[in-house]
Write a protein that binds this ligand. Structure first.
Ligand SMILES: Cc1cc2nc3c(=O)[nH]c(=O)nc-3n(C[C@H](O)[C@H](O)[C@H](O)COP(=O)(O)OP(=O)(O)OC[C@H]3O[C@@H](n4cnc5c(N)ncnc54)[C@H](O)[C@@H]3O)c2cc1C
Length: 135
């Protein structure tokens, strides 16, 4: 009986929004293992709702613009953790230099998921079926 109404509703947690990398590191230091980062929420939110995981503190990093970039530096292509799948699918630098990455991103789910889901979140979530790994 308990399970029937619990599914779909996460256990309670405290939501905190971080606006800089420094602030995130401070919060992670303070909350330790009781906290998780929230990026696009495309994997974490379903897991919380299905109660496959739980968390005391959720630190929302999606607003940290410094982590959302694609650039070339010293001949390396650099992709910020908060670059979305759509950013990667549509980016000219990636299309020209690492087309397999943009193609992989293009085939992830649907436009809604690609607009919110991030490459950092995908790599941290580490689902072996994720599109980026073979690329
Ligand atoms: C309907 C649906 C279909 C999907 N289909 C596909 C598919 O076909 N192929 C595919 O590859 N993926 C698919 N996904 C997963 C999607 O790509 C997710 O966006 C991605 O796996 C997680 O990214 P996120 O930004 O949403 O991370 P979140 O869900 O916010 O976080 C996931 C995990 O990573 C951690 N995390 C997030 N960002 C960071 C960071 N910067 N540093 C450290 N830890 C971090 C979080 O704490 C959490 O544990 C699908 C998802 C949905 C909902």
């Amino acid at each position: 009986m308990g399970m029937a109404y619990a599914l779909g509703i996460p256990r309670g947690f405290k939501y905190v929004r971080a606006s800089t990398i420094d602030e995130t590191l401070k919060l992670l230091n303070e909350y330790g293992g009781d906290a998780k980062l929230l990026a696009g929420g495309m994997s974490l939110m379903p897991m919380l709702k299905l109660r496959m995981t739980e968390v005391k503190y959720l630190i929302d990093i999606l607003g940290i613009n410094d982590l959302r970039y694609v650039k070339v530096e010293s001949n390396y292509l650099r992709i910020g953790a908060l670059a979305t799948h759509n950013d990667i699918a549509m980016n000219r630098l990636i299309n020209d230099n690492a087309k397999v990455l943009s193609e992989s991103a293009w085939h992830i789910a649907d436009i809604q998921v690609r607009n919110l889901g991030t490459i950092g979140g995908s790599l941290a979530h580490a689902d072996p079926a994720a599109n980026y790994y073979p690329a």
